[in-house]
Write a protein that binds this ligand. Sequence first.
Ligand code: ASP
Length: 455
Amino acid sequence: MLLGVIWSFVSIWLGWGDFTLAWIDPFGEIFIRLLRFIAIPLVLFSIISGITDLGDTQKLGRLGIKTLSAYLLTTVLAVSLGLVLVNIIKPGERAPMEQRVQYRISYEQWAAANSEPIKDGRNLLSDPAYAHLIGAEKSSTAELPDFVREKAAETKSEKGKRPLQFLVDMVPINLFGALVDSSMLQVIFFAIFFGVALLFSPRELVRPVKQFVDGANSIFLRMVDAVMAAAPYFVFALMAGILVKMADSPSALWGIFSSLGWYALSVLAGLALLVYAVYPLLLRVFVPTLGYRSFFRGISPAQLLAFSSSSSAATLPVTMECVRDNLGVSPQISSFVLPIGATVNMDGTSLYQAVGVVFLAQLHWVDLDLAQQLTIVLTATLASIGSAAVPSAGLIMMMVVLISVGLPPEWVAIILTIDRPIDMCRTVVNVTGDATIASLVARSEGEEPRAVPLT
Ligand code: ASP
């Protein structure tokens, strides 16, 4: 990974960017493709195999309730932590006041055009003190890339969706459709249903099916091993390609890291607190058998991959392997808890959404009161559950959070430039959170997760 970073800087410096994109970057993409295509069948077979090994549906129900409540609790905790930090650091208020006033005027114009009530009662548009600025203001979202514009329109039109739509969406219409679309929640739904039905079917009749599922599961696990054996080379290519794509001159690369500094700092501080304080504390209290040093050592391959791929879904096969082989969590539990976690538990993403929305409001000189911030807790929790485990999904879902508090979704354009590095970091947290909860659930089921000596 480090060599990839060094290579990207050197190649940008010497003008080898095109060479890197043509000859090195494709291998990074191949790596992600390999992992993503293994992820879906692996989830399918490992959940069915895990459920049939559990042997009783009561235990399954218990596991389900524990897993979902733990995921929900940590997500709410993460959003609250984000809100506390952004209210203490106030990154948006550190921008120059003239810029904030201009942004504010453009916000009020947006609100008037969209018949949205102004959040905090202030009204610069009808204030003579600001009259000279009107017309001269710069819209904060003038240079909106097409994909954000399209998504914003789509999200606005989905505003009136039914509250239970997410439950409806979880049920596949067609099994193959779910597999083709890589719709993780639908595949999980099918796998659980199939596994339970298999448990209740006559043993003699379904024995070959069980054998097939177990066999297929072990083949996909082998495939993960094979891909991971080449991971260092792939990760080099991935890192080099990503950084070269992010910026085409060394100063631009530096610009990405240094602009929006306070905002980035608030998100990164929150993510660091989750990884270095909240999860270790949870582990210490609930899984005393597993020191958090060994925990980190055990899951570090998954963390590194999450960082370089920005996708919990692509990382899932490796997370499952690390949790099972290095932390000693049984396959029955890890194959159930982790795929669900990869899709619904995104602590890093939810924290980032909370910080992002409040930062953007501060930047536009819009004060959000307590009730509005509590709405953020709720919607950021739901939005992180709804975010796909792929790069930039959290950014798109942040638009939903903005809409829910009556703010313009186009604001996300402001933080777009810096989103990729933040995405890399929040994905590490998402994956670490899943591994923590998997260890907790395993412990509560009487297992003793502990560091398995690495060979
Ligand atoms: N990239 C994140 C993940 O896959 C989701 C996001 O926050 O964009 O976990």
